[in-house]
Design a protein around this ligand. Structure first.
Ligand SMILES: [Zn+2]
Length: 438
């Protein structure tokens, strides 16, 4: 397979920015990582679902990323990710993006023609037998039966990914974008053996995939911590990384191919395992943080007091009133205990401190309320409907919001995942002070 000309760096972070106002502090977090000695490349991701709910266009993501890069003088690569696109939704992203997350989860399990199946099994008969994955003490036995079973489940999805990939190539040219394939929005996790077989099929399909997002085991709820067995996660994650190394060595896939961890925001309990595995295998990772940047905006507004706090309370009241409709599209990725949601009347009486400690995700903190956090996380539609009333307050409270965005992305995500530490080398407030001087 020919080498792609645009190449994603070893370490990268996907940053969501629902209202396209926080690209600067997000980029500042990558600058801070560079100062700490590690290149973490920013990828601004926004899905078609988010654009539709907010009423925005992919070009707005590109424009805010370009503007931040210019103002802060970032000389390293950066990308705009058409997140979770399908053949139906890809077209509006063709101009603005250079990273495409091709989502084929809906095609998992669909029928495979007998001809395709026979071709695949014949072509990949070399996989049969025992495979020892380098760097692990585990080996897999691939039997004709599990080769067929895995192909039965995933081959149609992989062929669909090939179709979408070729449509993007037709529009943009080969090597002009980074292809990711995602299979995370489905019910059952893919095992490392399945991942290996899927990668063989992707190579056969001619997709020079640079990141792959399998569904990992455990729950990756939006904006809250991982729920599951961390030791088991670490074992599987290591095997996935080893399977990818095997695939790049044997299937001709790009040598920078790496895992993409979706819904990666706030998964504090697995960051040490991710970091340790990256070190152990000298592997890269793409950490896709979801749309929690918008919660940092809310935190900043609440912290500012006055009109900001008032609006933050109003957003909660609206989200509470429409909680069923707001939660429905995200049912599979949130766990809200309605009994834990405070009444809007109660929140109305809160101080800045009470609001921010309920919303800010500090596991174990006294005031923290994960149900409230998840409801507000999916409640961005409420703010979107407010239009300029919301955006004007973002601008009026830019400094305090920027500090929240930066601290959250750097101290709580980039530092533990990529640097293996939970404390920042210097306080984010100092960096914001130096930013505003620029
Ligand atoms: Zn995803």
């Amino acid at each position: 397979m020919e080498q792609t000309s645009i190449k994603l760096s070893k370490y990268s972070v996907g940053t969501g920015d629902r209202f396209a106002h926080q690209a600067r502090p997000q980029l500042q977090a990558c600058i801070q990582a560079l100062e700490a000695g590690i290149e973490v490349v920013p990828v601004w991701n926004k899905s078609n679902r988010e654009h539709t709910i907010i009423g925005s266009e992919p070009l707005s993501v590109r424009q805010s990323a370009d503007a931040a890069v210019k103002v802060l003088g970032w000389k390293r690569p950066y990308f705009c990710d058409a997140d979770h696109i399908t053949s139906q939704t890809v077209s509006r992203f063709l101009n603005a993006c250079d990273f495409y997350t091709i989502d084929v989860a809906d095609y998992i399990g669909l029928a495979v023609s007998a001809g395709d199946m026979d071709d695949f099994v014949k072509r990949r008969s070399g996989l049969l037998g025992r495979i020892q994955l380098e760097g692990t003490s585990e080996s897999f036995e691939i039997t004709p039966d599990n080769l067929r079973r895995t192909a039965q489940k995933y081959l149609t999805a992989v062929k669909k990914a090939g179709e979408v990939y070729r449509a993007i190539v037709n529009a943009k040219g080969k090597g002009k974008f980074i292809p990711e394939i995602s299979m995370d929005e489905t019910d059952t996790a893919q095992s490392p053996v399945e991942l290996l077989i899927i990668l063989a099929a992707i190579a056969d399909e001619g997709v020079p995939v640079q990141t792959i997002a399998p569904k990992l085991s455990g729950r990756f709820n939006k904006g809250v911590d991982y729920v599951g067995n961390v030791a088991q996660f670490e074992r599987e994650f290591a095997l996935d990384v080893a399977a990818i190394a095997y695939a790049t060595a044997h299937f001709g896939l790009p040598e920078n191919l790496k895992l993409s961890v979706h819904s990666g925001s706030d998964k504090f309990s697995i960051y040490p395992a991710i970091h340790a595995t990256m070190k152990r295998f000298d592997a890269g990772v793409h950490l896709k943080t979801a749309g929690t940047t918008w919660l940092e905006e809310l935190l900043g507004l609440a912290e500012s007091g006055g009109e900001g706090l008032k609006l933050a309370k109003e957003i909660y009241a609206e989200a509470f009133a429409h909680r069923e409709e707001l939660c429905a599209p995200y049912a599979a990725v949130i766990d809200i205990n309605t009994a834990m949601l405070p009444s809007p009347g109660k929140v109305e009486g809160w101080t800045s401190e009470q609001y921010t400690s309920a919303l800010r995700h500090v596991p174990g903190a006294v005031g923290y309320n994960s149900s409230l956090r998840q409801l507000l996380h999916v409640g961005f539609k409420v703010a979107a409907k407010m239009g300029n009333r919301y955006l004007d307050l973002l601008e009026a409270n830019e400094d305090v919001i920027a500090r929240n965005v930066l601290e959250n992305l750097y101290d709580r995500h980039i530092a533990p995942v990529f640097l293996g530490r939970s404390e920042a080398p210097h306080s984010a407030s100092e960096v914001v002070a130096s930013m505003s001087k620029q």
